[in-house]
Ligand binder design. Structure first.
Ligand SMILES: NC(=O)c1ccc[n+]([C@@H]2O[C@H](COP(=O)([O-])OP(=O)(O)OC[C@H]3O[C@@H](n4cnc5c(N)ncnc54)[C@H](OP(=O)(O)O)[C@@H]3O)[C@@H](O)[C@H]2O)c1
Length: 256
């Protein structure tokens, strides 16, 4: 019997939160893992944890700051070379702490959100598609957010960043329509991580283990777009797009 080829997934922002737990979910599925983030020591610890629980899984790690746009392609190409190719690249690295209310806050922090969540994620998707065009196959995953559905008070830069990366992924999907390369856009709701654990309200919160397992399933199914969890966030996104500003102004569902 011929052995089926082990699949490999590269995840940015794998040192914590969703990225870390999606890595664990794919390790359980027997995938090899290429893990990148700025905190190399957290990646080392995760690699050791996976080696103990899943000795057959190969894990390669690399330091990557996605805001260093020129380095993104080089790091992804180098991880791909170590495995002789990659099957899935998940552009997950992101930050949530913007500068606060527009005109009253810290614009430098809003700019950092755009630099990481938009330019860093675009650079990751661009590098992924470059590799996948060479390979003539692959799946790129963009991590947007339900915050992409509507701009809400207190989170203008974050909502903008997630709407932007979702739109970018949309365009990439159309560009690649006649190729074997697939594009998945995920819109998570509140998943319990450090990004949001100081917020006062986190409606429909799921644990990071639950969220990551759902994300892994959606990626394996190769869906084009999905809210996470689909219920109720698919409906909430639909409603958010249609609510009058007077309601959005009162609810501020994503504001701290
Ligand atoms: N948690 C939620 O409820 C939620 C909801 C919707 C969407 N999301 C999105 O899901 C993604 C992961 O969020 P999370 O909740 O897991 O956040 P988290 O726990 O704060 O983890 C963020 C990860 O991104 C990495 N990262 C941040 N800046 C980076 C940079 N410049 N270069 C490389 N890596 C960087 C961090 O690693 P280092 O610090 O080691 O670099 C860390 O591994 C983000 O894109 C976020 O916007 C989260």
């Amino acid at each position: 019997m011929t052995k089926t080829k082990t699949k490999t997934i590269l995840i940015t922002g794998a040192s914590a939160g969703i990225g870390r737990h999606v890595a664990l979910a794919f390790a359980r599925r027997g995938y090899d893992l290429a893990l990148a983030a700025r905190r190399l020591e957290s990646l080392e610890a995760l690699k050791a944890q996976i080696a103990e629980a899943h000795p057959a899984v190969r894990v390669e790690i690399a330091a990557l700051d996605v805001t260093q746009l020129d380095s993104v392609t080089a790091v992804i190409q180098s991880l791909a070379a170590r495995f002789g190719g990659l099957d899935i690249i998940m552009a997950n690295a992101g930050i949530g702490d913007g500068g606060g209310l527009v005109g009253k806050g810290d614009f430098a922090r809003d700019a950092a959100v755009i630099q990481t969540n938009v330019l860093g994620a675009m650079a990751t998707v661009d590098a992924a598609v470059r590799l996948f065009r060479q390979q003539k196959n692959g799946q790129v995953v963009a991590v947007a957010s339900v915050a992409a559905a509507r701009g809400v008070p207190g989170a203008a830069a974050y909502c903008t960043s997630k709407a932007a990366i979702a739109m970018y992924a949309d365009a990439v999907r159309a560009e690649l329509h006649h190729t074997p390369i697939r594009v998945t856009t995920l819109y998570p709701g509140y998943i319990d991580t450090e990004m949001n654990n100081k917020m006062k309200r986190r409606p429909f919160l799921v644990t990071v283990e639950d969220g990551a397992e759902r994300i892994a399933k959606l990626i394996e199914r190769g869906v084009q777009e999905a809210a996470v969890p689909g219920w109720p966030w698919g409906l909430v996104m639909w409603l958010l797009r249609r609510m009058p500003t007077s309601v959005i102004a009162k609810q501020a569902p994503f504001a701290d």
